[in-house]
Design a protein around this ligand. Sequence first.
Ligand SMILES: Cc1cc2nc3c(=O)[nH]c(=O)nc-3n(C[C@H](O)[C@H](O)[C@H](O)COP(=O)(O)OP(=O)(O)OC[C@H]3O[C@@H](n4cnc5c(N)ncnc54)[C@H](O)[C@@H]3O)c2cc1C
Length: 500
Amino acid sequence: MKQNKEVLIVGAGPTGLVLALELAYRGVAFRIIDKNDGPGESSRAMLVVPKVLESYKKFGLDQTVSEKGIRPEHINYYVKNMKKSAIPLGRLGRGQSAYPYVVTFPQDEHEKVLLEQLKKMGHSVEWKTAFDSLEKIDDMNKVVLKKQDETVTGLFDYVIGCDGASSSVRKSVGITFSGETYEEIFYVLDAVIDGKITHEESGSFVFVEKYFALFFPLRNRQTTRGIGMFPPDLVRSEAFSFEALKPRLENEFSITIQKKNWFSDYKIHRRTADQFNQETVFLAGDAAHIHSPAGGQGMNLGIGDAVNLGWKLAAVILDDVDEALLRTYESERKRLAESVVSRTDNAFKVMASQSKVSQLIRTRVVPLAAFAAGQSEWLQSQVFKVLSQLYISYDESPLNNQGTSKLKSGTRLPYADGEQFEFKREAGWQLHYFNEAPDFSLFKKEIPVELIRRRWTDKTSKAGFEKDYLYLVRPDGYIGWTGKPGSTKELFDYIAVWIT
Ligand SMILES: Cc1cc2nc3c(=O)[nH]c(=O)nc-3n(C[C@H](O)[C@H](O)[C@H](O)COP(=O)(O)OP(=O)(O)OC[C@H]3O[C@@H](n4cnc5c(N)ncnc54)[C@H](O)[C@@H]3O)c2cc1C
């Protein structure tokens, strides 16, 4: 089908690149620009969660990222240089996903993998091209772009701001970025470090009374990545340099920093855009939400935005589905972002607060809780669920029907260990059934939904499926509609509104 809509993605960080891949995969033409002259060169976000690996399956990137990154076996918990506990990450996610692990993979390498894949799919980023301003002209967005000394304009039906926390797209349409900036100053350090903590195979949280750091190894670089909070007394005296910090880290964490490769200080914010969508302009990733890196959720959340928006844009542009589908992007992702920002904010406050109670929680209560989590499979699976973003569901989405099944629409299609269909997760619309498939020939036109007959096993039963139900699954792996084979009319009504 010929595309008569113009799409502009602003920003080629992880969010913009994954959105580009989603559109390319679904056959949508687009332009992607970035003001920089190439991809980022610092490690920044490290954690890649199973929900993202599930989305990467269709690009063949699930294995690439899993193999290039490190699968940490534990999260260690230290108070000063004493190891208090180790939560076994390696087996946390058994039975929850085809990827029952998290991967640490530096963001710069991650972006290169995404760029290579985009190239293979016949697309490239227009570097050194900055979004400058946007003006509405009828239904179109007139965008001014700056290419070095040249100023050019273009008309676009859809503009997606994936241009990071200081988003020019967000500012150009006057969307407020509500929230606050924390007083604490953080640092990120890539260095050759020696010490008990860095001899660990996996990441280690280290707490002292007044501050903390997280260290983990970087494969192929023979280096350790540390992120942490500047000691409060250094903040008070505005001594934010590596030179001021180094003796403190060496002394209090019992390490020797032999060679510094990269060091940066930064402030942490908690902010969410008041709108993720204004008419035909959308915000995704850090342009829409930023929060503390505690728990490594930020980049993964942005990638999730891109996946959610990508298939919806494709459906509206290529299949002429009603624009109402695009409105569900904000209703699904904004609520989620607000809850992640609020949860990480609470965790951050406990981790960073200087109160006696928080110090006690960090150095006494958390090690005990971490020890308990190390002993309890149930606790481990709960930790994994949150960390992995597999818990995400869209309970109040307008895309849901009011089915009577136990598995409600809006929830992620559960994983039932080892099934063949996992190879197709998140490809396109699918109807999963166990007994009887509906007769699609009764529908007035061709239905772009793949019928998938599932085997009825102990695992599907345990995962919550019911043998006599149909499950219509969205292209992002969430259940859209559930019903019995007899509810063909309701199913066809749903398909007519949201799919074709
Ligand atoms: C030091 C540091 C450490 C971090 N550590 C972690 C971590 O451990 N875990 C975690 O989850 N997150 C971490 N983050 C956050 C993580 O890096 C971001 O969440 C992630 O990069 C967001 O991706 P994005 O694509 O939405 O935005 P960005 O990565 O910011 O990409 C935005 C892109 O837009 C481009 N751009 C901006 N303005 C324009 C314009 N006007 N025109 C054209 N292009 C434009 C930029 O050049 C950039 O390439 C860290 C960030 C920093 C800075």
